[in-house]
Design a protein around this ligand. Structure first.
Ligand code: FAD
Ligand code: DLZ
Ligand code: SF4
Length: 508
């Protein structure tokens, strides 16, 4: 009997487990652009265009490789709204209810497939260094789950940057050589850009017509949309930007939105690039002596460490994880996240860049937008929806642990040992944003005081019971106690005033 093989918009890999289990001469691959997937959050138009164009290119690639592909376009007459709806429709056409699928990266779709009136076999998604069983075995019985220890297991397992059973260079982690402030000027090479072909142009017109009102600028569109292009982007990154990746990993520069970052996350997440292939390429550059050890190790740690760790947490914690709210935050997401005017230069830069590029690098996401939402006490569910909407690489298995866990501490400390909360000091040291800001990073109180300086203390005092015994935070509470009482009162009153203005919709 014919079996249907759904391939989702983030499963665009020829080595996909479901394709491996299917019969190319008999079975039918089902790919579908559907309303439910394009609208479960108001995705950035560039993200929708990336996924749909990459899907259309991948369908062509599969057909050339001898597969029968039943492809539904968003504007096809008779199309249903959902992946399950399309499987039912194709099942009727081909007289079958048998489905073999690779496990989706989101509980919502796993539950939809499992409860569909079809005979569905779900296979593990094996495009990762660690299977979910391997992650759970590692996690079982541990009092705390620490990325660093998981990462070491992944180094041993993959053999990446290992010398026998020892880490290359004698250390697992070279982060103390990283975290330099921004370079003086922009990095001239920048990431690789691709001109849209006929398929992408057609998708851009469709996205403009249907999603033109979503937050985000559609054109110019220069992302890679095929595996071949993504490999060229990897090659370009490895040759030009990777050497400076380590030192400038945390830096932010108004004139250069990307610096030494790779912009490869989305390509790995939708299946155009194999993460281990990426890491082996990075390792090869280091072995050839073209890249310092701190850059190569730092990059590989993000991919086989953080990326895999986040996936393990998402699936281990179950479908309720994105709704956690350990700190009880309930503020609405301020309109400035959707582009409303703000005088805060760092937020204005990060949001404008997000609108234009569907991209911001990790420190902008964590220490600018994420830090502000955390300190202001925004409901983490709203913060989660924002991050899931606006970035080209946003898929729930990786976005939710980063947002809900790492950035908003809403899982109560599962992902992060302490909240990523900071005053203006950090942003001032790691960026050139403060120089052009209406506020002063140095001012702690008064009209010019940077809101991060006020909200930082407000946050710590709001959550004093929870954090004052955390050994990594006790010092800050001692600093607070040493502060003059009148100053403490002023700081908290000014923070309250700022939050009231934020709630009233005033420009802050
Ligand atoms: P680079 O800086 O070049 O890093 C190299 C690679 O390491 C990335 O491509 C990515 O695959 C991996 N990586 C680095 N940090 C992380 C991390 N913390 N978690 C997982 N992988 C990581 N990443 C996503 O892929 N999708 C998301 O939806 C997403 N949402 C985030 C939300 C918040 C609040 C925060 C703080 C981080 C989020 N990240 C997410 C992690 C990280 O910011 C992005 O992976 C990175 O910015 C992608 O850009 P890049 O490819 O240029 O990364
Ligand atoms: C993100 C996305 C979008 C915008 N559109 C589609 C689509 O039309 N069809 C599809 O199969 N997948 C799409 N995706 C990716 C899915 O949302 C993704 O597979 C799930 O969120 C699971 O990670
Ligand atoms: Fe951001 Fe404060 Fe610096 Fe302005 S002064 S850019 S608000 S950190």
């Amino acid at each position: 009997m014919v079996t249907l093989v759904p391939v989702l918009g983030d499963q665009l890999s020829e080595g996909l487990s479901a394709l491996g289990a299917a019969d190319r001469a008999r079975d039918v691959v089902v790919m579908a652009e559907v309303a439910d997937e394009t609208a479960y959050v108001p995705h950035h138009p560039k993200k929708i265009a990336l996924v749909l164009s990459a899907m259309r290119h991948f369908a062509e690639q599969l057909r050339k490789a001898g597969w029968t592909v039943a492809y539904t376009r968003l504007d096809d007459a008779g199309a249903t709204r959902s992946i399950v709806g399309e499987l039912m429709r194709r099942g009727q056409e081909h007289g079958t209810s048998e489905v073999i699928a690779t496990m989706p990266g989101e509980w919502r779709l796993i539950e939809a497939l499992e409860s569909a009136p079809l005979s569905v076999t779900l296979l593990p998604d094996d495009r990762f260094a660690a299977s979910l069983d391997a992650f759970n075995d590692w996690a079982e019985g541990r009092r705390e789950l620490r990325m660093e220890y998981f990462y070491r297991e992944m180094r041993r397992k993959t053999g990446l940057m290992m010398e026998g059973d020892k880490p290359a260079g004698g250390k697992w982690n070279f982060d103390h050589d990283n975290r330099e402030p921004p370079p003086d000027g922009p990095v001239r090479s920048g990431p690789m850009r691709f001109e849209p072909d006929a398929i992408t142009k057609e998708v851009l017109d469709l996205v403009e017509a249907r999603f033109g009102d979503n937050f985000g600028t559609l054109r110019p569109f220069h992302f890679a949309v095929t595996g071949g292009q993504a490999r060229r982007a990897l090659d370009h990154f490895a040759k030009t930007l990777l050497p400076g990746f380590g030192p400038y990993q945390d830096a932010m520069l108004a004139a250069d939105r990307v610096l030494h970052h790779s912009l490869l996350s989305a390509y790995m997440n939708i299946g155009l690039l194999d993460p281990l292939e990426v890491c082996r390429r990075v390792e090869a550059e280091w072995k050839a002596g073209r890249v310092p050890i701190n850059s190569a190790e730092g990059y590989i740690r993000q991919v086989i460490g953080w990326r895999e760790f986040m996936r393990g947490i998402y699936f281990r914690e179950g479908p309720g994880y994105p709704r956690r709210n350990a700190l009880g935050h309930d503020r609405a997401l301020p309109p400035l996240f959707w582009g409303a005017k703000t005088d805060m230069a760092c937020l204005s830069q990060a949001v404008a860049q997000t609108r234009d590029e569907a991209y911001a690098h990790h420190i902008q996401r964590l220490m600018v937008t994420g830090n502000f939402a955390l300190l202001a006490g925004v409901d983490p569910a709203r913060v989660h929806e924002w991050y899931l909407s606006v970035y080209f690489d946003a898929f729930e298995w990786v976005e939710a642990p980063n947002t809900v866990g790492m950035s908003q501490f809403a899982d109560g400390g599962l992902v992060a040992t302490k909240p990523y909360a900071s005053s203006a000091n950090y942003i001032d040291r790691m960026s050139d944003y403060c120089g052009s800001c209406a506020y002063s990073a140095k001012a702690k109180t008064g009209e010019k005081a940077c809101p991060f300086n006020l909200l930082y203390w407000h946050f710590l005092i709001r959550h004093r019971k929870r954090f004052e015994r955390n050994p990594r935070m006790a010092q800050m509470y001692r600093t607070w106690e040493r502060m003059d009482e009148a100053k403490r009162e002023t700081v908290l009153a000014e923070a309250e005033d700022f939050l009231a203005r934020l709630d009233a919709g005033e420009t802050v």
